[in-house]
Ligand binder design. Sequence first.
Ligand code: MSP
Length: 512
Amino acid sequence: MPETFFVTTPIYYVNDVPHIGHAYTTVAADALARYHRMAGKTVLFITGTDEHGQKVQEAARRRGISPQQHCDEMVVRYRELWSALTISHDDFVRTTEERHQRIVQAILTALYQKGDIYKTSYEGWYCVPDERFWTEKDLTDGRCPECGREVQQIRESNYFFRMGSYQEWLISYIDEHPDFILPRTRRNEILGFLRQPLTDLCISRPAQRLSWGIPMPFDPEYVTYVWFDALINYVSTAGYLTRDDQFLSLWGNAVHLIGKDILTTHCVYWPTMLKALGLPPPRTIFAHGWWTVEGRKMSKSLNNVVEPNSLITRYGSDPVRFFLLREGTFGLDADFSHKAFIHRVNSELANDLGNLFSRTLAMTAKYFGGSIPSPSAMEDVDRRLSDTALESVRRVDAAMADIAFHKSLDAVWELVGMANKYIDETAPWSLAKRDGGGQRLGTVIYQVIESLRFIAILLHPFIPSAAERMRAALGLKEPIGPGSLAALSRWGETIPGTALTSIPPLFPRIEA
Ligand code: MSP
């Protein structure tokens, strides 16, 4: 059986207009999924939408339509954006789907029967927009510690999950599994949080107040708290309780990519829920940083939300994908600015990569009528290029295992730079004058084309459309996709005599 890899994004609130923050996690997950497929693994990549809760109920009410109709309309924005960004998810889950709701209810029933869910009356402070309860001591200056807004005092009966009883277990688990929460700083943050006593988690809302949720199967007067519902998407889509063989083979290799703001729900609520069900935690939860825009927080009130759709329409999906994964260090905050975007596209995509590609095609056309020449004996300078290419394969592999996209792209760009330097050093144009297209010229052109084959395959996870255009132009028969990494185990697989096809520039320069 091939190895498996399972990657998820958070499921996005349907109410939000998708912005670059949402695109970021999804593009990152897509790059991982594509890479692991290229490595020959059986991959499951899921994304989706989080459709229950107060905000959706409110928004639908304001529009005078049913919450379901509201969700059906809103979900299209995400589906269309993922298609415009060439996202290759295997499944798209909506929490309003029957297949998901059924599993949420089955889990609630199991935990209730086990005694891990109980009902009690509760007094506390409630933040309506966040749909969260806080105790008196949680509050910051009498306001919600999370969003700073006003809270209301509420007294009601609710169902609670015995999260507190798993505190000791969770601390030991995190201690013993250094790669469970990444980056390290986030792991320390959670261990710090767990130094305080962990309280039980309120997991219901009275249906009277909030009807847009999954009914508690043992008490129709209540619906399930939206986070309890949402987190379960990670197992409901993977086959938990429906295709258990598939589920178990995937779950041990599950990676959740999230933003740093949803760390506690994923690293405290979720593993304790799984533990209560007798399931192990996912292999890794990786929290990335946040994007600021031109140095400022991105927010509706500042009117500076960057919508990926307008960028894609203007520049295409690959430049957007590339910028998101190249600009920052995955795990840290990064800044989006139009200047930085244009600079990256022009200097790295149009110049470094685009020119390397077009001048190679042009030289092959000019000196060899567009057909790949045969190489003869390699010289030192050729070997330096092939060594760099083989080394970049290893570096990308290590970086992808560490979920460090910036490092993968560093490795590929070193190869791109090396190939450009190789052309400058070997100067095919003077070779052409000296030996009129003899053996050395053929060898040089062959080496550059072979390095482009490496570059095209290595770039598939990041800029799949450009990689595909490169593949076609290079005359490679096999589409780049599942299993393609095997073609990079050896230097010299390019077949002499293959006809190259000339294509328009890979990345036109953006004129400021
Ligand atoms: N519905 C929940 C997730 C449930 S997962 C079981 C949710 N949705 S969200 O739509 O609000 O946010 C989804 C993701 O977008 C989060 O990971 C969040 O970190 C990310 N981002 C929101 N703004 C962001 C930036 N400015 N920059 C980077 N990511 C950001 O939370």
